[in-house]
Design a protein around this ligand. Structure first.
Ligand SMILES: [Zn+2]
Length: 392
């Protein structure tokens, strides 16, 4: 039976420290007095929390700002230190692994990319390649890293830190990658689903900064997503949630690669777009992308019609999410994001047409930042959330 420990003084201390650090992430440079106001405690309580963090170099205290008219001590803004202990981040892709050393301020300090053997029974080789890539970036750390976050583009078991299944990468199926890396490098390792890493990258360092409810959608060869609801990253048991690509949008619809029919993925990924582009006689249909489709749409009515249908197909799933969870803000990553603002606006318009108005808000579709960078920052965000007791 899972235990439910009572709150000890040590746990309260870590939780309060997490809240203060989270406030610094969300607000940017902030003085002790402002932090006290924001968190509803007195200044001496804030000092008791932040002083050890200033002393050990985790936080920096800036030069005193000119005193305001009210007198009192001049404010010295606190910021996270770019030279505090860094975080290891790994992104496991089909046939490729990318690792980075990430600072607390979201800067990538070192990077490594290498080939990943994923076909056949090569789990040992794959683990060695990932471990070697990670070690290459950890070697650049000037202080002992906090831990390592791993983002995997496939089904994962977040309780065990293992990969359940990755499409077209059988060497990784069932691989207990988290424990294997943890014993190799002697640091805590947290493993999660790629879209959830994107969401944390956006939450801590991107367009979701300071926002407590929003969703991320990743499109391309597959479709995935993740949800931040009321300040909590929703995972579901063992990370089973968020398989948005396989939610049904069409009863008895097209056959999906998962073996079921009518999944959202069957109408809102590049595979669908290539087939429909070929049917419409568009040039180079086998290599179409949303960006290319949007360029063609400016001069070809058939491309413009396909672009609109594709935007609607993406909006259908967003409308379902909006009706179920009212996430309101949907951050696009992957191929669809490269359609730019006009394509995001087209998806948004269709989503709004499909959902009745409500005073709680309407779906808004925005573009996420660079995918690879967001995934690496998000993998680091897994560690921030866990090791620093942030409230996700
Ligand atoms: Zn499916």
């Amino acid at each position: 039976m899972p235990t439910r420990p009572l709150i000890s003084a040590a746990v309260v201390g870590r939780a309060n420290r997490g809240r203060v650090l989270q406030a610094l992430f969300d607000l940017g440079p902030t003085s002790r007095a402002e932090l006290a106001r924001y968190t509803g405690v007195n200044r001496s309580t804030i000092t008791a929390i932040v002083q050890p963090l200033v002393d050990n170099g985790f936080l920096l205290e800036g030069a005193p700002l000119p005193a305001g008219g009210a007198g009192g001590k001049p404010a010295r803004p606190l910021t996270l230190s770019p030279t505090a202990s860094p975080i290891g981040a790994v992104q496991v892709l089909q046939g490729r692994v990318r690792s980075a050393l990430v600072s607390m301020t979201g800067d990538i300090l070192a990077q490594d990319t290498r080939r990943l053997p994923v076909t056949g029974r090569r789990a040992r080789e794959a683990t060695d390649a990932i471990g070697a890539s990670l070690e290459a970036v950890l070697a650049a750390a000037k202080r002992p890293p906090f831990g390592v976050g791993v983002a995997v583009g496939g089904m994962v078991d977040t309780d065990r830190g293992s990969i359940v299944e990755v499409n077209l990468a059988p060497a990784l199926d069932g691989l207990a990658l988290g424990p294997a890396l943890a014993s190799r490098i002697g640091l805590p390792v947290l493993l999660d689903h790629h879209p959830r890493a994107l969401l944390l990258g956006d939450r801590w360092f991107g367009p979701g900064r300071g926002i407590s409810t929003f969703a991320v959608l990743y499109t391309g060869e597959v479709l995935g997503g993740a949800l931040m609801l009321g300040g909590h990253l929703h995972r579901g048991p063992a990370g089973a949630g968020g398989e948005l690509g396989h939610t049904f949008v069409q009863v008895d619809g097209e056959l999906c690669r998962c073996g079921r029919r009518g999944c959202w993925e069957t109408i809102a990924t590049l595979d669908w777009l290539r087939r429909r582009a070929a049917e419409a006689g568009l040039p180079d249909a086998a290599r179409i992308s949303t960006a290319k489709l949007c360029r063609l749409a400016a001069k070809d009515p058939a491309a413009a019609r396909l672009r609109d249908t594709y935007a609607r197909n993406l909006a259908v799933g967003i409308a379902n999410l909006q009706q179920t969870l009212a996430a309101n803000r949907y951050v696009l990553h992957g191929d669809a994001a490269r359609g730019g603002e006009p394509f995001a606006t087209a998806i948004q318009q269709h989503a709004r047409d499909l959902v009745p108005e409500h005073p709680g808000g309407r779906p808004t579709v925005v573009l996420g930042g660079d995918d690879d960078r967001a995934a690496l920052l998000g993998a680091a965000g897994l560690v921030l959330s866990d090791q620093l007791q942030f409230t996700v």
